[in-house]
Design a protein around this ligand. Structure first.
Ligand code: XMP
Length: 512
């Protein structure tokens, strides 16, 4: 069966990815293309419907993003959201004006035309607005279908052509019936069927991997993180022992990490795993390095070298499997977080060329939450699926200043205590990350009758949705007390613990 697809054209809204995810939550596959995608590419993609996202521009800006208008001649239903609506009004010669009052936040719309898009939606319903310009006059081919106190035309439609437009954002949770409105667009207007599920994804992906790999061999680097684990398990499900996983212990991992990952994946899935203890190599290279970016480079480069040496030991390897996710490949997203750029640290480009390997990226189409669902479906244990993100350069960027064996040991022990207490308190899953940082200062303390002059550990715990912004977590004082007592009592060389109460921005999550 052909995969039914919805195309989301991106005009720069912070909610573009959310639109695509909402569509997928309805079991319809969707992808994001930049607003200026050529019409041939859109035709080839063959969508059942097109959604025009919002965006920060005004249609009157000199550099306003305008798509190829041939898109309205494809005979495919179109839903414009916010800027997408203003654009439709503008292109179809309605009247778009700069609103005197910017409408931002909650508003109540009144539905005044019971059209398919609003099937089952009450006449009055709350929606989330965020726009400057508004539409004062509908294009002649359109009819207004809803209004608010500030927007005489909060939604409009041309039923015959299948064109619909909303001034508000149906994709955000602040529009309580937004999900139903999107559902109406997908199923009543575009005629989609809800068939895109994680189960169907597994079937298709395993088949595709098998066809691509045939009888050749595949290597996959695993880090203990969810993306690489899910990639490995999915590829393994498809080609079994033709896959070999490589786990590199770089000496800056958390306590017991290497063994935990190896045990879990081997125990549950009986995979071939090569564990390489390269810790001395990495630590020797890192010795005396202070600059965080240098630390990252050294670890990235060394990883490639070790990985290549190991991969070369496996005869007949032709493919490298990698856990690239959809947010890393969307062309139109102008800013990517450090975790996206970091994949270029583990820059496998050279490796592919030198070893003549081809890439397999089975998660390329998925968002992070879909990868977690996939992992669950594949039977990967929760401790891997719900694991906090851990940066590639590991503890090296949590030992501020110079990295030494001893300083890594200190932060590793402190980190283990932080995580243990956070888990015991049942806080782990509500936090994005929690960890210890070793500061490059010493402080005076007193233990027994003796004056001490020792290290300071900073504890960092943050809540976040995607790592791009974060707020420091309000950990109950008694838990903080326990963490502090245990670190000072159990970790030699530490006599003070402080808690980091900075948000991102302006701070970052990591200290380096
Ligand atoms: P920052 O510190 O920039 O971190 O607020 C945002 C998220 O990215 C992670 N991070 C990294 N991940 N390599 C990685 O794989 C890195 O060099 C790196 N630096 C930061 C960080 O842990 C947080 O989740």
């Amino acid at each position: 069966m052909r995969k039914e697809k919805i195309l989301v054209l991106d005009f720069g809204s912070q909610y573009t990815q959310l639109i695509a995810r909402r569509v997928r939550e309805n079991k319809v596959y969707s992808e994001i293309f930049p607003f200026n995608t050529r019409i041939e590419k859109i035709k080839n993609f063959n969508p059942k419907g097109i959604i025009l996202s919002g965006g920060p521009s005004s249609v009157y800006d000199t550099k306003a993003p305008i798509p190829d208008s041939a898109l309205f001649k494809l005979g495919i239903p179109v839903l414009g959201i916010c800027y997408g609506m203003q654009l439709m009004a503008y292109l179809f010669e309605g009247k778009v004006v700069k609103a005197q009052k910017r409408e931002y936040g909650k508003a109540e719309i009144t539905v005044n035309n019971r059209i398919a898009l609003f099937k089952g939606i009450p006449t009055k319903t709350i929606v989330w607005m965020s726009h400057g310009d508004r539409i004062e006059q509908c294009p002649s081919q359109f009819k207004p279908i809803a209004y608010t106190a500030n927007s005489p035309i909060a939604a409009m439609a041309n039923k015959k052509m299948g064109f619909y437009a909303l001034q508000f954002h149906p994709e955000v949770v602040h529009t309580p019936r937004g999900f139903d409105i999107l559902k109406n667009f997908l199923f009543k207007i575009c005629g989609c069927t809800p068939t895109w599920t994680i189960k169907s994804f597994i079937d298709t992906a395993t088949k595709e991997i098998k066809e691509k790999v045939r009888n050749k061999k595949v290597v996959c680097g695993i880090s203990g993180g969810v993306d690489s684990a899910v990639t490995a398990v999915l590829v393994h499900r498809s080609i079994k022992d033709q896959l070999t996983c490589i786990f590199v212990d770089n000496g800056v991992l958390r306590a017991g990490e290497a063994k935990k990952v190896e045990d879990t994946l081997r125990r549950h899935f009986d995979m071939n795993i090569h564990c390489v203890d390269a810790s001395e190599r990495f630590l020797n290279k890192l010795y005396g390095i202070v600059d965080p970016e240098m630390k990252r480079k050294i670890i990235g480069n060394e990883f490639i070298k070790v990985f290549e040496e190991e991969a070369k030991k496996i005869k007949g390897v032709r493919f490298l499997a990698q856990g690239t996710l959809y947010p890393d490949v969307i062309e139109s997203v102008p800013f990517k977080g450090p975790s996206a750029t970091i994949k270029s640290h583990h820059n496998v480009g050279g490796l592919l060329k030198r070893m003549k390997l081809k890439l397999i990226e089975p998660l390329r189409e998925l968002f992070k939450d879909e990868v977690r669902l996939l992992g669950k479906e594949l039977g990967i244990p929760d401790e891997i699926i719900n694991r906090h993100p851990f940066p590639g350069p590991g503890l090296a960027i949590r030992v501020i200043d110079e990295v030494t064996h001893e300083r890594c040991d200190i932060v590793r022990k402190a980190d283990a205590i932080v995580l243990e207490e956070i888990k015991k308190a049942g806080l782990y899953t509500e936090l994005w990350q929690a960890f210890a940082v070793l500061l490059p200062v010493k402080s005076v303390g007193v233990m027994g009758d003796e004056r001490t002059y020792e290290n300071v550990i900073a504890v960092r715990a943050v809540k976040s949705l995607d790592g791009m912004t974060a707020d420091w977590a309000r950990i109950p004082y008694d838990i903080m007390g326990k963490i502090s007592n245990r670190i000072i009592n159990e970790v030699n060389g530490v006599n003070r613990v402080v808690y980091d109460i900075s948000s991102k921005p302006p701070s970052t999550i990591e200290w380096e």
